[in-house]
Design a protein around this ligand. Structure first.
Ligand code: HEM
Length: 137
């Protein structure tokens, strides 16, 4: 089986999909606030390079790692789902095979924990570290 990159389409398809993705993101009132003040041409270029590499195509990404790029942005699971949904819709609109789009969505799932920061989530102590609250003795 070829790289998912080739199943999705060619480099021009991915470039157009990334442009459509951020058009949809900026038009989505749930997502737009995260991108206020962001240099969008730079973000489009970084996202295109990142996705090409993540899909097994040419790896030209030289940006920050995904966890660092999203640290402190307090991105929710709902926002993550919405953004991936916009990308999937854009690719289907451009004629990518639905099965390939489903595989891409599953692959992007692997970055969820790096992107999403749920406020108030329990802090897990590292293995072997004493629990935050010592047991009553
Ligand atoms: C699998 C999902 C995602 C991937 C692979 C991804 C990937 C990226 C990449 C490659 C960058 C550029 C990093 C750099 O500066 O070098 C970036 C930046 C950014 N992403 Fe994401 N992203 C994802 C989901 C999201 C979501 C759900 C949101 C918000 C709803 C978001 C908001 C942002 C913002 C605001 C920036 C710019 C940060 C800055 O310039 O300070 N991302 N993302």
């Amino acid at each position: 089986m070829g790289a998912l990159f080739n199943e999705i389409g060619d480099a021009a398809t991915l470039r157009t999909a990334v442009n459509l993705l951020y058009q949809r993101v900026l038009a989505d009132p749930e997502l737009a606030p995260w991108f206020a003040g962001v240099d969008m041409p730079r973000l489009r270029a970084h996202q295109l390079a990142f996705l090409a590499g993540a899909l097994g195509g040419p790896n030209l990404f030289n940006g920050r790692d995904v966890a660092t790029a999203h640290a402190g942005l307090k991105i929710t699971d709902e926002a993550f789902d919405a953004l991936i949904g916009h990308l999937a819709t854009a690719l289907r609109d451009l004629g990518s095979a639905p099965a390939a789009v489903d595989r891409l969505v599953r692959r992007l799932e692997t970055w969820r924990t790096a992107v999403v920061e749920s406020p108030g989530a329990a802090v897990i102590s590292p293995a072997g570290a004493p629990p935050a609250t010592p047991p009553a003795s």
